[in-house]
Design a protein around this ligand. Sequence first.
Ligand code: CA
Length: 222
Amino acid sequence: MRLLLVEDDAMIGASLVHGLSDAGYEVDWVRDAVAGAAALDDPSAHYVAALVDWGLPRGDGVSLIARLRSRGDAIPVLMLTARDRLEDRVRGLDAGADDYLVKPFELQELLARIRSLLRRPPRRAGNAVTVGSLTLDPVSHEAHVEGRRVALSAREFALLYALMDAPGAVLSRTQLEDRLYGFDDPVESNAVEVVIHAVRRKLGRAVVENVRGVGWRLGTPS
Ligand code: CA
């Protein structure tokens, strides 16, 4: 899992990279707001979350987050800052930060906050739902993967929407049938598999994972 760290303090940055790497994360560390924006604009980076310092050269963390949210990016963001006045915290959260950690902090607390961010259900930017590199647009019934647009049928859309609504959860055949079909629709015994097959053909086999005997969960599109 890859994190973006935007932090200009060399000692804090190096120590966070060290601690986060020890905890199993890959970390890209950039040291100013312009480099942070460029990293966040890179669709191939696939960051699971960003840790953003408030005070940065060539801009500031709050503007960086506000810009990210204004273009619909739903990546979880944790602000790191020495500011602890209430109005500053409110400003950071209003700009679109998901959480806030005041320096100095213990690495253990940072790791717990990151785990908590990654457990949250996906943030909705407008009506779109985003998990990792996959975004669903309920207005156009399209999936967006790394800049590629894929048109989906109503049932293909409903299947992905159900899986993305609970990332990590395994949904049973009955649960998926309920999401894909109305009460009065006759459901063929292999109906769910047919829709999964169609979705995999469009977004790669790994986009839907089969958990044998239990059901299916969201995987990674290709
Ligand atoms: Ca700073």
